[in-house]
Design a protein around this ligand. Sequence first.
Ligand code: AGP
Length: 606
Amino acid sequence: MCGIVGAIGNQACSPLLLDALKRLEYRGYDSSGIVTLDGATFDLRRAVGKLVNLDAVLTQNPLSGTVGIGHTRWATHGGVSEMNAHPHVASDRVAIVHNGIIENYRPIRARLIEQGHTFASDTDSEVLAHLFVEAFDAGLDPSQAMQKVLAEIRGAYAFAAIAQDFPDVIMVARNASPLAIGLGDDGSYIGSDATALAHLTRKVLYLKDHDYALVRADGVDIFLSDGTPANRETVIVAASPGMIDKGGYRHFMEKEIHEQPDAILNSLAGMTGDDGRISAKMSREQLQAIDGIVMLAAGTSHYASQVARYWIEGLAKTPVSCEIASEYHYRNPVTTGFTTAIAISQSGESLDTLKAMRHAGLCGLSTIGLVNVEGSTIAREADAVLPTHAGPEIGVASTKAFTAQLTVLISFAVALAEAKGHIDAARADTIHDQLQALPGLVGKTLNLFDHIRPIAHQLKNARSTIYLGRGHLFPVAMEGALKLKELSYIHAEGFASGEMKHGPIALIEDDLPVVALLAADELMEKAASNLKEASARGGRIILIADERAVRDIDFEADIITVPAVDPLLAPIVLTIPVQILAYLTALDKGTDVDQPRNLAKSVTVE
Ligand code: AGP
């Protein structure tokens, strides 16, 4: 998943493109590049690594062209090198940038090489540039050329092409990967999402799958892949703030951990009706019609769905199936007994989750998009939307979006349970009151940085770590393991505490860190005895617990306590120290906290 941008107008576009790329760097930071067309000449600048490297190259050697395209890369095909960095230029006649995967690039490449084309990179994307050269050699115009190219390629793509023969147009197309077109007063722009264009225009339209468009300085023409003209709605997107800064924190992740009281408060407000009571923004009838929910998500969002299963089955007596999105639609799932699919995604663009949601829709389920990005593809395609209001999340490791998802999901469970008569209004209001007290509780846990720092200092030397949780803390244990993996590159695995004795306990040897979660609930004693078993075999226990749950702990442990919290809401509060531990371990280890290696914030390839 990469970020692509483009601009055509009457001013030098390279500074605009660089700014736009900075807003998309969360999508990939292996390499980047910009190319402009100055008269009939392509001027290309590329650099390996972060955008700061490209910025330095451009400061040394600026570009002056008024039409150009740019790219920030997350490598899929072809190693991380300048040669494989985008833009790719073919025969000095066509330049392209691409996000996605051209699945049938090998046979196309072989055919073009046979016809005398010379390839400079190992990427799948470069075939696009050569296909356009081939089309123009056949005398086709940009629209005809696009139809020919789209007819030949297969896979996920959002790409932009500029051509020496046709300097007054940017040719763009999408299938599965997101693409927004911005219409400004001084020109037209393209970007992988609208935030990339926020400093240029708020007038945006989104292409649908298999659309292509010819973008000129004074407007845009949109077509279906067979050349039939098409109209797409122009929307005015919310003014997004300037370049999002760290607000005085060292990292976006640190800032976003501290923003959780607000993220929870705002997300809860989004699930509160005019009467001040919890509301899922659906009618009682709509809620009562929900009979069996399939949860579709990836990564951290998947773990949020697993916590929610305990809440929805426990409170609303409604069956929930938690599906790993990338597996769901290739498994030909049986949907009997399920009426609704909830696709959970911070970005609203994860292709696995988008495709799983589409599949559920094709199987007749009504779809709900639980997303943090307004205007994202999942939000636009779902039948209904449950928004989280965590604000932009820049750090690749998800934090505030996770607790905001949990806040929306518990509120949804309460609304569903009340609508179905499984809980009464008084119970619903009690939970609502407890949710309103959450920001305060979470605020208190944010004081734990200094207490956790020495524990993280020890953890950084670990080669492997086990996370344990029982009941609805089991998914939080898996989330904790994911955080440590993606931030500090330490191997970590989450287990249900009760499952340890069926095998994983064999992993425990002297000093192996075991991070365990404990709430003051009916499973407390069982979970504590599982920890005692781990401690007895030499595990070094790091216990993250409700302050009331540590009273009877009689084995050695580094203890991190959070204020007393109703067991129902313990997953939300106990998540905070889990995040802080992973953050401080990574900090101590010196890894790149906001942009960990090999990762990107929004995964738009399968
Ligand atoms: C979490 O820290 C990761 N960034 C990743 O697992 C993420 O949760 C996953 O890619 C899903 O992203 P989404 O919520 O934007 O769909």
